[in-house]
Design a protein around this ligand. Structure first.
Ligand code: BTN
Length: 339
């Protein structure tokens, strides 16, 4: 970063903002009160939160539909099934490298949003030249690639989006999402000792042949004008919620694979510390800088795979690598095909 001489994008807004509406404050306080995982009576919760029993019961219902694991033992005694480390803006800020702090104009920590990426898209409409991050405890309409849903239970995983304004001289976006996936895989491996992390072309984060995370890239503006990207990153950290039953594909989380509950705050900060310098550099280097690094994590490399084109025509071949544009190179009976 030191060579890049980046300019702060906004001198005024260095800090973070937490603007939780009243309703979510009750939700949040209730979850915090239950965080010790000990049984709490309805009466004691009313006392701690200074609200009536009806409101506590409504909020418990709401928390449950959002994916929190709340258990009832006996009449009106409640217990949380898992320990939650809340997303904490001051902790993320403290963990950011000093050279990164002034580059981010705002980090919004939200309790519940439709999608952190949609939140960023909205922000980008009003602030075309500012770097913006949104992290949420819960998403009601988390989006995956190919129009899929991204199931996002409360407090369990990382739901993170970053708006990066490339401005007028946008780089080629070929291989961009593979580059982001490489950075996330490197952070998980070197920053958290998650040696089992793999990448499934183009940008799925895998472990033990199951999906553990994904990258979604949206674009705003156009290449000739004020072009920007919204990078959405979802990583399963520890998913015990019943909402996980809605996931149609095989999935896993970092806790299941490593036995370690990594800090979501630390993960968010480490991703920002790696991603932001990489985005500066991307205009110069593009995917070239990532081609070999991506391949180090590649799942099924050298193996026989089936690739589908136009939904149903399948090609069987050997996955020999990725091109300089991030395409998958398949060796079909000696002939190289690009996907
Ligand atoms: C995929 O399908 O692999 C991409 C998943 C991306 C999910 C993340 S969670 C944070 C951000 N907000 C969204 O709505 N989607 C992305």
């Amino acid at each position: 970063v030191r060579h890049l001489n980046p300019k702060p994008l906004c001198k005024k807004h260095k800090g973070f903002f937490v603007q939780l509406p009243e309703l979510f404050l009750v939700s949040r306080k209730l979850l915090m009160a239950l965080c010790d995982q000990k049984p709490h009576s309805l009466q004691s919760l009313c006392g701690v939160l200074a609200v009536d029993a009806k409101e506590i019961l409504e909020q418990l219902d709401l928390l449950e539909t959002q994916g929190a694991q709340i258990f009832q033992s006996g009449e009106n005694v409640f217990r949380l099934g898992t320990n939650i480390e809340f997303i904490d803006e001051s902790l993320i800020y403290a963990l950011l490298d000093d050279c990164i702090k002034p580059l981010i104009s705002r980090i919004s920590i939200e309790w519940t949003v439709d999608s952190t990426s949609d939140f960023c898209i909205d922000y980008a409409k009003r602030n075309k030249d500012r770097v913006y991050v949104c992290i949420a405890e819960h998403q009601t309409r988390g989006r995956g690639r190919r129009g899929r849903d991204w199931i996002s239970p409360l407090g369990e995983n990382l739901y993170f989006s970053l708006f990066w304004p490339f401005g007028r001289d946008a780089p080629s976006m070929e291989g961009f999402s593979l580059s982001v996936a490489t950075i996330v895989a490197e952070v998980l491996k070197t920053g958290f000792g998650f040696d089992g992390v793999r990448l499934k072309w183009p940008n799925d984060i895998y472990c033990a042949n199951k999906k553990v995370g994904g990258i979604l890239v949206d674009v705003t503006g156009d290449i000739s004008g004020s072009f920007g990207v919204i990078i959405g990153i979802g990583i399963n950290i520890s998913m015990g919620s019943v909402l996980s039953k809605k996931i149609s594909r095989e999935w896993t989380d970092i806790f299941k694979e490593t036995g370690k509950k990594i800090s979501r705050n630390e993960l968010a900060a480490k991703i920002l510390n790696s991603l932001i310098p990489a985005l500066y550099q991307y205009k110069t280097d593009g995917f070239l800088n990532y081609k070999n690094r991506w391949s180090e994590f590649a799942l099924y490399l050298g193996e026989a795979v089936v690739m589908r084109q136009h939904s149903d025509i399948g090609y069987v071949g050997r996955f020999v690598g990725v091109s300089t544009r991030g395409e998958l190179v398949l060796d079909v009976a000696g002939e190289l095909m690009l996907f």
